[in-house]
Ligand binder design. Structure first.
Ligand code: ADP
Ligand code: ASP
Ligand code: MG
Length: 409
């Protein structure tokens, strides 16, 4: 019998009605003769609700307490799903992250999975039980504290559990019926992809397409687990995230996305001498703050301005670090801007086509959208722009690169 790992997101378990619908899908899979493990998220809106409660006490909340709090959302869902299945006559059992041995590092709110012991999971499966596992959470053994895997982390729980159990495929059920060429809520004529390579999906996910958490794609790629993205609301074929094949390279741009979760920090008047960048970014790294785009402008009188982006959730902590470093190195001041968005185009075909960046800049210019920063990799180009143009930029880039086809001269 093969093991199937299924994951249901917040909207899919957003009410008792929806949970009954999910339980039907799970029961059908069990009836087909599979060993079934299910990961669920917190009910829709619950994680945000909990975070807002914490923020109402202080914006500078403690990350251990954050994890302690937000992990309760998933704990509620697993019990509700397991009870629904039991009421339907199925033998189901719920587990928290710590109960299945979901071992992580100690980076509260953004922990990484170290290993999954999965002993209780394997035992329960051997007894024929349907296992319902809380997404998004783990345990840091050194302290015994609960950790969480970053927003959208239930996807990663699911794919990591699939890898740990040697399942060949992980089914991610969500509120859209697959991965589209752009967020279908922003671009009405976005197209559903039958399949997409891990590399492209990883870029899209890292660059804002929240349909999958990027770490889940990393796990899939590393452990060779195919990821199938499907709708929990309609019975339709989904999108397969898998190894790259030749067909995929024919398409230059397979997706357009935007990310409004970043903020820009500028350190003004940084002394222009060796070691300063190492000092600034070294301090940020010590605090576990990830830096994304970086730009350094040569200024006047041996001083430069240094701008970079961080996740909005890290902004307050990053500003504290930068203000301290600013005083220490004798920079003039630190400013931040939260009204920015990063818009990106992604495609493996870019590797073998020239002129893609030029066309992207042209399209943005034609629409009077100013570019503040640029970053590129082999298969993506990203531009930082004013947040208010985010949706417009996604639409015009989608029209130019996807709808009109891949015409790059
Ligand atoms: P879940 O709660 O099931 O984890 P999410 O809200 O995290 O669901 O992710 C699904 C959402 O991702 C969709 O509702 C859609 O608006 C958004 N999305 C963004 N980009 C894309 C894309 N390229 N393809 C499909 N969905 C996308
Ligand atoms: N409940 C968590 C979140 O909202 C994890 C997830 O849904 O995947 O981010
Ligand atoms: Mg999600």
């Amino acid at each position: 019998m093969s093991i199937v790992v299924m994951k249901f997101g917040g909207t899919s378990v957003g009410s008792i009605e929806r949970i009954k619908n999910v339980a039907e899908i799970i029961a059908k899979k069990k009836d087909e003769g599979h060993d079934v493990v299910v990961t669920v998220s917190a009910m829709a809106g619950e994680t945000d609700r909990l975070i807002n409660l914490l923020k109402s006490i202080t914006p500078k909340y403690d990350l251990r307490e954050y994890d302690q709090l937000v992990s309760t959302g998933e704990q509620a869902s697993i019990a509700l799903v397991a009870q629904t299945l039991k009421t339907m006559g199925y033998d189901a059992i719920s587990f928290t992250g710590p109960q299945i041995g979901m071992i992580t590092d100690g980076a509260h709110s953004a922990a990484r999975i170290v290993k999954i012991t999965a002993e209780r999971l394997k035992k329960a499966l051997a007894e024929g039980k349907i296992c319902i596992v809380a997404g998004f959470q783990g345990i840091y053994p050194a302290t015994g504290d609960i950790t969480t895997l970053g927003r959208g982390g239930s996807d990663t729980t699911a794919v990591a559990v699939a890898a740990a159990l040697d399942a060949k495929v992980c089914e991610i059920y969500t509120d859209v019926d697959g991965v589209y060429t752009a967020d279908p809520r922003i671009v009405k004529n976005a197209k559903k992809l039958d399949k997409i390579s891990y590399e492209e999906m990883l870029e899209l996910a890292s660059l804002g397409a929240k349909v999958l958490q990027s770490r889940s794609v990393e796990f899939g790629m590393k452990y060779n687990v195919d990821i199938m993205v499907l709708s929990s609301l309609e019975d339709k074929p989904g999108t397969l995230v898998t190894k790259e094949d030749e067909d995929m390279e024919k398409v230059i741009v397979s997706g357009v996305t935007s990310d409004k979760n970043q903020a820009k920090i500028t350190i003004v008047g940084v002394p222009d001498r060796p070691g300063i960048a190492a000092e600034i970014f070294g301090e940020l790294a010590k605090q576990n703050i990830n830096v994304d785009m970086i730009i350094q402008n040569v200024g006047l009188q041996d001083k430069t301005d240094l701008s970079f982006t961080v996740q909005k959730t890290d902004l307050l902590r990053a500003m504290d670090v930068c203000n301290q470093v600013c005083t220490k190195i004798g920079a003039d001041r630190v400013v931040s801007d939260e009204n920015i968005a990063k818009v990106s185009i992604v495609g493996v075909g870019m590797k073998s086509h020239a002129g893609v960046a030029a066309k992207m800049f042209e399209v943005l210019a034609e629409n009077n959208i100013n570019i503040q920063m640029i970053s590129t990799s082999e298969i993506k180009i990203s531009c930082l722009i004013d947040e208010k143009f985010s949706e417009l930029a996604v639409r015009v880039l989608h029209d130019a690169f996807v709808t009109e086809g891949d015409s790059v001269s």
